[in-house]
Design a protein around this ligand. Structure first.
Ligand SMILES: NC(=O)c1ccc[n+]([C@@H]2O[C@H](COP(=O)([O-])OP(=O)(O)OC[C@H]3O[C@@H](n4cnc5c(N)ncnc54)[C@H](OP(=O)(O)O)[C@@H]3O)[C@@H](O)[C@H]2O)c1
Length: 228
């Protein structure tokens, strides 16, 4: 962790300092470590970081995303593919957890839910959310070496459906207010100090970047949209 003092970990777990943007900072952090659960933040991929980890660990469980398998002569289009490839060739025992959107992404609406109205674009965009505890449970299982798991929730839910369900669970009416993508772009850019994010949005199984290559496509339908 970059700041072990800020860690909220269960008793018995020790937080150590390490920065995934600084390979040297990891040398001491991974000394003597046999199993690694690797989450890669939005940093450029530095092969040296993975070398430091795989020189120590004999097993790496990597939190990936719903990327396609690539042949070794194909250029990776996602950082996750580059990391998967390096791990596959590193000699460690690996498992890839290709998760669809995390359930905690819905926390982006928390303040609006408290106020009773969620205003957001792409109400009909649907994704199959997976709970972080479910990812942790799969990560903790043994005997899935050399496997890339596609992790989805039980159903694809539109944004509108997600907000309705949140309202039902907390016992309060929460309205959905559709926002146009153009207005959303402007408002989110303003909130980020003018930095515009590119929206990615895809619909249905024909959308090339979002067609799942493994798992059950029927659990993964509809559209997706998220600011990046
Ligand atoms: N969000 C999703 O729906 C989703 C779905 C599938 C896959 N994924 C993948 O899961 C990964 C994490 O996504 P996320 O949405 O959880 O990202 P995130 O919210 O940005 O989380 C980043 C985490 O990385 C830590 N971090 C950031 N920079 C670091 C550094 N230099 N060294 C060490 N730790 C650092 C942060 O901890 P501190 O700030 O406390 O240091 C934070 O806990 C990504 O690879 C993403 O593609 C995400």
């Amino acid at each position: 962790m970059r700041d072990p003092g800020a860690a909220a970990l269960p008793g018995g777990a020790e937080a150590v300092r390490g920065n995934l943007g600084d390979p040297d900072s990891l040398v001491a952090a991974v000394r003597g470590v046999e199993r690694v659960y690797l989450m890669w933040p939005g940093l450029p991929v530095d092969p040296r970081v993975l070398e430091v980890i795989t020189e120590q660990a004999r097993q790496v469980v990597y939190l990936s995303t719903d990327v396609a398998d690539l042949a070794d002569d194909e250029e990776p289009t996602w950082s996750h593919q580059a990391i998967e490839r390096q791990l596959r060739h590193s000699g460690v025992t690996w498992t890839f957890l290709r998760a669809i959107d995390f359930a905690a992404n819905a926390l982006r609406w928390a303040n609006q839910v408290r106020r009773g109205t969620v205003r957001y674009p792409y109400g009909q965009a649907a994704r199959s959310l997976v709970h972080e505890r479910d990812i942790a449970e799969v990560a903790d299982r043994r005997r899935h070496d050399g496997v890339a798991h596609l992790l989805t929730g039980p159903a694809a839910l539109t944004h509108v459906e997600q907000v309705r369900i949140i309202g039902e669970v907390i016992g309060r009416e929460v309205r959905w207010e559709e926002m146009s993508a153009e207005v959303a772009q402007e408002e989110f850019a303003a909130a980020r100090g003018g930095r515009r994010s590119s929206w990615r949005a895809g619909c249905g199984p024909g959308s090339p970047s979002w067609t799942p290559r493994s798992g059950s496509p029927t659990r993964w339908s509809g559209c997706s949209a998220a600011p990046r």
